[in-house]
Ligand binder design. Structure first.
Ligand SMILES: [Zn+2]
Length: 365
């Protein structure tokens, strides 16, 4: 059998079917095994459509053996550039690029489907600099991280603008179970401060002074559970000379409560700064002073999505491990990935598990 996914993970992918993309309807059945790798041919009982278990995954229609696709993704997410990955796996550089595109689009959809209703009480947001082709073509990585589980809640790639910051915060808000109970830690980048009340607060129309003229501009109330802290670094040249924290919205009491649950002495963005270092190690396009920078915007964007998916679901972190109740031989700890720590899954996923999870139809190029 090629993949180990149970049958109820699959959904019908025929657009006119009543069970189109509806999980848990018990409509998918095994029709037969086929091919030398014993792939499963599945059948939807509602509409009668038959499809391969690879449909809607990066393996669909690929002539490479699935093991080779996994190896490419593994090498790339250990920070190897496209050409060294090609040499290590025995395929061409352009094949590596194609796999990155497909896997990146797939993992973006996977993240969109699975990272929902997250029980998060604080978030850290930051941007890291990178470029495509030449230094003038800037492509920043915007990230929002949950400091408790180290899970990357949302990532965006593009120019460092207020519009992209808005997209980032809106998408991050959609993923939370309770966006009204949250402390946001950011750097001194101004759009966070202007966008936070608008996106997380509750709108309110202040009364008009007198009876004539326009109504005053709409204001936003910050509920008691919300706060926004800015950590502003002051530079002299390239050196940080002073770090100043400022509560841009909400109360000191709420911030102190959150710091206590996180175990921090003072507000900081350490989790997202650490994630910046990890991302630069995992993503060849972000390595400093190397020639492995991205040549095409599509590769830059899809590789960032791929690295984010593998980081969240496949890579255990030492800081997240938990002591076992009873040691298993010499093993004293249970290793956990960020997705396990945030409660989305109970196990560490392999790259095969992640890529073979059917997500839809869009990743067939
Ligand atoms: Zn169907």
């Amino acid at each position: 059998m090629l993949f180990s996914l149970p049958l109820d993970s699959f959904v019908c992918q025929t657009p006119h079917c009543p069970d189109f993309h509806q999980p848990g309807r018990q409509n998918i059945h095994l029709r037969k095994f086929y091919g030398p790798e014993k792939r499963r041919l599945l059948r939807c009982r509602t509409c009668g459509a038959e499809f391969s278990e690879t449909k809607g995954t990066p393996y669909w229609g690929s002539k490479l053996p699935p093991e080779q696709v996994d190896r490419v993704v593994d090498h790339i997410t250990h920070g190897n550039c496209f050409s060294s990955t090609a040499a290590l796996t025995g395929c061409h550089r352009t094949t590596v690029a194609r796999i990155v595109c497909r896997a990146g689009v797939h993992l973006e959809q996977f993240h969109d489907q699975h990272a929902r209703d997250l029980e998060v009480t604080s978030m850290q947001a930051d941007e890291r600099h990178a470029f495509v082709g030449e230094k003038a073509e800037q492509a920043w990585d915007f990230t929002v991280v949950d400091p408790k589980s180290k899970f990357v809640i949302e990532g965006q790639v593009g120019a460092r603008t207020a519009e992209l910051t808005k997209v980032l915060l809106v998408n991050a808000r959609e993923r939370l179970a309770n966006p009204q109970r949250l402390v946001l830690f950011t750097d001194g980048y101004l759009p966070y401060q202007t966008l936070f009340p608008e996106l997380f607060g509750t709108p309110w129309q202040p009364p008009r002074q007198g009876k004539r003229g326009r109504f005053p501009r709409k204001a936003y109330r910050i509920p008691r559970g919300l706060a926004h802290v800015r950590i502003i670094k002051e530079y002299s040249g390239k050196q940080v000379v002073r770090v100043r924290t400022e509560i841009a919205a909400g109360t000191q009491k709420r911030v102190n409560l959150e710091l206590e649950t996180l175990g921090y002495m003072k507000p900081n963005t350490s989790a997202v700064e650490r994630q910046n270092g990890t991302a630069r190690r995992m993503n060849p396009h972000l390595v400093r002073k190397s020639l492995a920078f991205a040549r095409l915007p599509i590769h830059r964007r899809t590789l960032a999505q791929m690295v984010q998916g593998v980081y969240n679901w496949c890579r255990p972190q030492r800081g997240l491990r938990q002591p076992l109740a009873e040691p298993l031989g010499r093993r004293k700890y249970a290793q956990r990935t960020p997705a396990m720590a945030i409660g989305l899954t109970g196990r560490c996923w392999s790259i095969r598990d992640l890529l073979s999870f059917p997500c839809g139809v869009a990743c067939q190029e």
